[in-house]
Design a protein around this ligand. Structure first.
Ligand code: UD1
Ligand code: UDP
Length: 497
């Protein structure tokens, strides 16, 4: 009885009574609860009823707010009364017999409440297998909060993995600034935490969503689990702002899911408590395996993809391109586009470039590359289509983090258009080479791979430095028992060949 913040008002904001009512409904189910708030006509979540009906039908009457309407209610003796606000002791009602010590009832749901918060394409891909694993675990109550830092590119992933957001902050605006996203995510999450307060939030990676969500959780004293923790370039400006985002998130997190032993070591070097670090492998490999299994088992989708990419010419080498890094905006993208333009003069190659939706990327790419006849610019692809193209490609030119992790598993050489990488494992394994955003170096590396068979073969050995497809299971194990020891950690295979 009562949802308001104070007696005899209709303001529900910040009301502990509202929060308690939500918990009770969550624990017992809507059918078991009758809710009364005499100062409002309707509520967006609860169907409200009258004092009289509630008192007549309920077995237990719980007073959460001391509204005047409750003071003189006639309550039959056989009902149990839980008076949390002193309304009945203040009342002149003499006939009410209060149970001296009401039996304890389970008001709260004992399941651990975990909220996965994400907002961009790569976070969604890497979080999808984790959310799946949590949803299949009876001991965890999981909710998905989308920040909507991306929209179309995020929705594509949600559709492919058949996920839906329980909350959506919907923050994306055209050409947004870092500050816009940060403020909107923090404010949106503070509100969301009032509606459903998790025990733990999970964030993934290094985006502005990750930084803002972990800060918002930290301010609200909610535990933060950081997936893909500990990657470092050791240069705050590269990638910008992701390196700083990831380092800062380490400060707010209390559980760190490091994908590799090297990322674990980076955290240890920064003084992170070793008992809070768990080496899991990267969940991107879980996503990759799940998506490939689906793709290969679905002839109809494969046939549709063959049809969609019928324009690919079998006598040409396919080079797949992606690029979007902020530090490459301006001169970097001019260098990248000019390198592709130079290489496209070769008659033995064909470029396919799904162009990121960031306007700072689209403008130079469209201007410089639109007229090249063996460069095909297309819209960002859904994950299955992109994997299909990766598999059909001969080599990949990218500045993407996720693509650097997936391509070695598919045996595709990658030329990275960055000077530094926080993913050195694939460079060490020999499947990735750094060319920077420099026209001449990109042309040089790509030409060598096209012309030197032995160099190509060396780089195209399938290798898995980032995971074995079981990272989400390991993350789930940790969440179920934060004290767990001796979890089978992820150890990369030895370099093939
Ligand atoms: C963001 C992340 C980056 C990540 C990348 C993955 C930050 C600072 N950047 O960069 O770490 O590698 O996502 O792709 O967190 N847009 C759309 N629709 C979309 C997505 C983007 O129109 O679905 C356009 C909008 O104009 C938006 C702009 O792209 O304002 C930039 O989006 P934003 O998320 O700020 O940066 P990204 O470059 O996508
Ligand atoms: N990807 C996709 N469609 C595309 C391009 C990339 O699904 O058109 C996938 C890719 O397989 C990888 C992820 O998106 O898993 C990488 O995202 P992005 O390059 O945007 O971000 P980063 O990994 O650099 O943060």
């Amino acid at each position: 009885m009562g949802l308001a913040f104070k007696p005899n008002i209709d303001d529900l904001r910040e009301s502990p009574a509202l929060f308690i009512a939500e918990e009770v409904v969550q624990a017992l189910g809507t059918e078991q609860c009758l809710i009364v708030e005499p100062n409002i006509d309707e509520h967006k979540k609860f169907a409200l009823t009258t004092c009289e009906e509630a008192v007549r039908e309920a077995d237990i009457v719980a007073f959460l707010v001391s509204h005047d309407e409750f003071k003189n209610l006639e309550i039959p003796n056989e009902k149990q009364v839980l008076d949390f606000c002193g309304v009945r002791s203040l009342s002149a009602q003499k006939s009410v017999k209060q149970s001296p010590s009401p039996p304890a009832i389970a008001l709260s749901n004992t399941k651990k409440r975990v909220m996965a918060v994400f907002g961009t394409r790569p976070e969604a891909i890497k979080m999808a297998p984790v959310v799946r694993a949590l949803q299949n675990c009876a001991e965890i109550d999981v909710k998905v909060c989308l920040t909507g830092q991306h929209r179309e590119m995020l929705d594509q992933v949600m559709d492919i993995f058949r996920l839906r957001g329980d909350f959506d902050l919907n923050v994306m605006a055209p050409n947004q600034t870092l500050g816009d996203v940060t403020c909107k995510v923090i404010q949106g999450l503070e509100q969301t935490f009032k509606e459903w307060k998790p025990d733990t939030i999970l964030v993934q990676g290094d985006t502005t969503t990750v930084l803002a969500a972990s800060l918002a959780a930290f301010y609200n004293r909610i535990e933060v689990g950081h997936i893909e923790a500990g990657l470092r370039t050791f240069d705050k400006q590269f990638p910008f702002p992701e390196e700083a985002n990831r380092c800062a998130t380490t400060q707010f997190a209390s559980v760190h899911f490091a994908p590799t032993l090297r990322s674990r070591q980076n955290l240890l070097n920064e003084g992170v408590d070793p008992t809070t670090i768990h080496v899991t492998g990267n969940t991107v490999i879980d996503a990759l395996y799940q998506a490939l299994e689906y793709l290969d088992g679905d002839e109809k989708t494969l046939a549709a993809l063959d049809e969609r990419f019928r324009f690919l010419l079998p006598d040409k080498r396919l080079i797949l391109v992606t690029g979007h890094r902020r530090e490459n905006f301006g001169d970097g993208f001019l260098e990248i586009c000019n390198a592709i333009s130079d290489l496209s003069k070769r008659r033995d190659v064909q470029f396919v470039y799904p162009v990121h939706l960031n306007p700072n990327v689209r403008e130079p790419v469209n201007r410089i590359l639109n007229s090249r006849d063996n460069v095909t610019l297309i819209e960002p692809l859904d994950y299955l289509s992109f994997l299909y193209l990766m598999r059909r490609s001969d080599l990949i030119l990218t500045d993407s983090g996720g693509v650097q992790e997936e391509a070695p598993s598919l045996g595709k050489p990658v030329v990275v258009m960055r000077d530094t990488t926080e993913r050195p494992e694939a460079v060490d394994a020999g499947t990735v080479v750094l060319a920077g955003p420099h026209r001449n170096r990109i042309v040089e590396h790509v030409s060598r791979l096209l012309d030197d068979k032995s160099c190509y073969e060396k780089m195209s050995l399938a290798h898995n430095p980032y995971g074995d497809g079981k990272a989400s299971g390991r993350i789930l194990d940790v969440l179920l028992d934060a004290q767990v020891t001796g979890i089978e950690i992820y150890r990369p295979e030895k370099k093939a060949g």
